[in-house]
Design a protein around this ligand. Structure first.
Ligand SMILES: C[S@@+](CC[C@H](N)C(=O)[O-])C[C@H]1O[C@@H](n2cnc3c(N)ncnc32)[C@H](O)[C@@H]1O
Length: 211
């Protein structure tokens, strides 16, 4: 892990035990609307393997574990991973695993049917977002659901929702990169002018008997 990533991971580890409390629907309605859409649009089959990148405390991964075959949550922050793991254990969920992994190197060798990510890709600068989406494409999922900060209008809004240091991309840039990396966008759901969910289907989906 490079130094910047290590610093970011450390910052998340320091707030890991307060993260869920600070992200309730009352305090963060936009974040929660986005998370709900990601969960709904992922829509896994009972035998699907789902990879959640930047899983944090596992909000998306744990919700999807109720319907998916197996869920793999990956994150760079030990503290966030520990919170996610402890919730999985408390809820007796045995089809979900959490561990270290980066967008560009998820540390998972198995087949993946669906990749999801919520409010995490914005931590990467645009060139790295392209690399990350390329790496996701090579995993060959049939679907990638990306919820995140993204500009639907001007790339330089008068009232930015997010602090400096967050690398918000435009929807156009994300759509172009996803298309270049083998995905077709089937929907772009706007949660707010600066937040949305992109649903992308892979053009070279691996053949499967029952999907
Ligand atoms: C705002 S949190 C979102 C967590 C979770 N997806 C959610 O919706 O609650 C962002 C997460 O992305 C992780 N993250 C940041 N950069 C990452 C990278 N390059 N690879 C994997 N995870 C990363 C952070 O450690 C943090 O847990």
């Amino acid at each position: 892990m490079n130094e910047d990533l290590q610093d970011l991971a450390e910052r998340f580890s320091q707030i890991a035990d307060q993260y869920d409390e600070k992200h309730t629907s009352e305090t963060k309605p936009i974040y929660n609307a986005c998370a709900s859409l990601v969960i709904e649009q992922a829509d896994p089959h009972p035998d699907d393997v789902v990879l959640d990148l930047g899983t944090g405390t596992g909000l998306i991964a744990l919700a999807l574990a109720e319907n998916a075959g197996h869920v793999v949550g990956r994150d760079i922050s030990d503290g966030m991973i520990a919170q996610a793991q402890s919730k999985a254990t408390d809820n007796g969920l045995e089809n979900v695993e959490f561990g270290y992994g980066e967008f560009c190197d998820p540390h998972f060798d198995g087949d993946v049917d669906i990749v999801v990510s919520n409010f995490a890709l914005h931590h990467l600068p645009d060139e790295k977002k392209r690399e990350a989406i390329g790496a996701i494409g090579t995993l060959g999922p049939r679907r990638f659901v990306l919820g995140d900060a993204m500009f639907f209008g001007s790339a330089d809004p008068e009232e930015p929702l997010f602090d400096h240091g967050i690398n918000v991309a435009t929807v156009g840039m994300l759509v172009d990169v996803l298309t270049d990396e083998g995905f077709t966008i089937t929907a772009a759901e706007r949660v707010h002018d600066q937040v949305g969910v992109l649903i992308a289907e892979h053009r070279d989906e691996k053949p499967s008997a029952d999907h």
